[in-house]
Design a protein. Structure first.
Lengths: 173, 217
């Protein structure tokens, strides 16, 4: 075949000039645009609460940027004075399928989005799991700057608590 | 599927609670022993599991109701009709000494009392900016759930009473995870930490229950 003709054909193909080529299935690019649609983002934490600093486990963690003054807020609800973030997880809330907030293997949360609320926040179906067992199923409207505290089982000299905060309402279309 | 008098009430059958992960540990162990020795029960569970998997595969995660506005309005109409029928069927108290119950001033006074009580209650849910709990259900009947809003903490609380304690010698290990992405085909989820590396993976076992594992361990 004439070399210049061959070159022309190759250039044409690379330029995507053929409709039948562009109609072929193309694997989705690994970019943020390809990520599944979300109805927001949540921050969940497993907190160990006790009445003495000496009884804390010693896990080092920064105070949450999603829930300033978390310790003070928890102390207004639960009968403990010291609070320690044992684990934390920031998670997108997927629109089409389930999301999991897993700060620990011991206590974690399944999150199903029921869609954003017109007045702000996201409607969620939550399942609170303890290892292989569902402790609680609940439907809630999680609103910004309004955390949800869930009391967990007693452990050692204190109690485990679960904190859930709506970190972002941004919707990926 | 077996239809016995005992599972005709509102209580779900044991195998359904087992599949849904709603059994406490002791009851689960006992049920699994029973399951191991009962081929009929095994077949029933397997059929339910197969049906569940098929439904999950065939049906979308959420289905929109066609003409939802019309559907909702029809429900409202029907509810109003039922209420009207109930009102008609309740005999009106004819005794004169009960006549004071129908006095308008009493209704007004009751409304004021109710309003005052609501204001005095620190934990009343309501504000438009608060997280709201619509419904709760604890599969374990020993667990009592109390939902309220704490104005002092500016938080909504789900208080679970009656939970079994976690053994004191259990080592509770926490993770710091930044994202989790689920593969819809395999229903497995990979969770990454701040560094972007996968730190935890969640898969499903034969009962479709979540199983967490750490790839590097």
């Amino acid at each position: 075949m004439n070399r210049s003709l061959l070159l022309l054909v190759v250039v044409w193909l690379v330029a995507g000039g053929t409709p039948w080529l562009s109609a072929q299935p193309v694997p989705p690019p690994a970019s943020p645009a390809a990520r599944p649609a979300t109805d927001g983002k949540v921050w969940g934490a497993l907190v160990y609460a006790t009445d003495s600093a000496e009884k804390l486990t010693g896990v080092k963690s920064e105070p949450s940027k999603f829930l300033p003054n978390m310790d003070q807020k928890l102390a207004k609800v639960f009968p403990w004075t010291h609070f320690e973030i044992v684990g934390q997880h920031t998670q997108d809330v997927f629109r089409e399928y389930e999301s999991w907030v897993v700060p620990s293997a011991d206590l974690f949360l399944k999150v199903d989005s029921k869609g954003p609320d017109a007045g702000g926040g996201v409607h969620l179906h939550l399942q609170f799991w303890r290892q292989e067992q569902v402790l609680l199923k609940t439907d809630a409207l999680l609103r910004p700057k309004s955390p949800l505290f869930i009391s967990g089982p007693k452990w050692r000299d204190g109690q485990l608590l679960f904190v859930l905060v709506l970190a972002e309402e941004t919707t990926t279309k | 599927m077996k239809t016995t008098p005992e599972n005709q009430d509102a209580t779900p059958p044991d195998w359904m609670r087992w599949l849904d992960g709603e059994m406490p540990a002791a009851e689960r162990a006992s049920f699994e022993r029973e399951l191991a020795g009962d081929p009929g029960l095994q077949a029933e569970v397997e059929a339910a599991r197969h049906l569940s998997a098929m439904l999950k595969q065939e049906l979308p995660a959420e289905m929109s109701i066609p003409h939802a506005d019309f559907f909702n309005s029809q429900i409202q109409v029907r509810l109003s009709q039922i209420e009207a029928e109930e009102r008609r069927s309740v005999p009106v108290a004819a005794s004169p000494w009960l006549g004071w119950l129908r006095m308008p001033w009493l209704i007004g006074a009751a409304a004021v009392v109710v309003a005052l009580l609501a204001v005095r209650r620190d934990e009343a849910p309501s504000s438009e900016s608060n997280t709201l709990v619509m419904s709760t259900y604890a599969p374990n009947p020993k667990v009592v759930v109390n939902a309220f809003h704490s104005e002092a903490a500016e938080a909504t609380v789900l208080m679970l009473e009656g939970l079994e304690e976690l053994p004191a010698d259990r080592k509770v290990v926490g993770w710091h995870l930044d994202s989790g992405l689920t593969d819809p085909a395999s229903m497995s989820t990979a969770f990454s930490g701040p560094s972007g590396e996968v730190e935890v993976v969640m898969t499903r076992d034969a009962r479709n229950q979540p199983r967490l594992w750490v790839p590097r361990s």
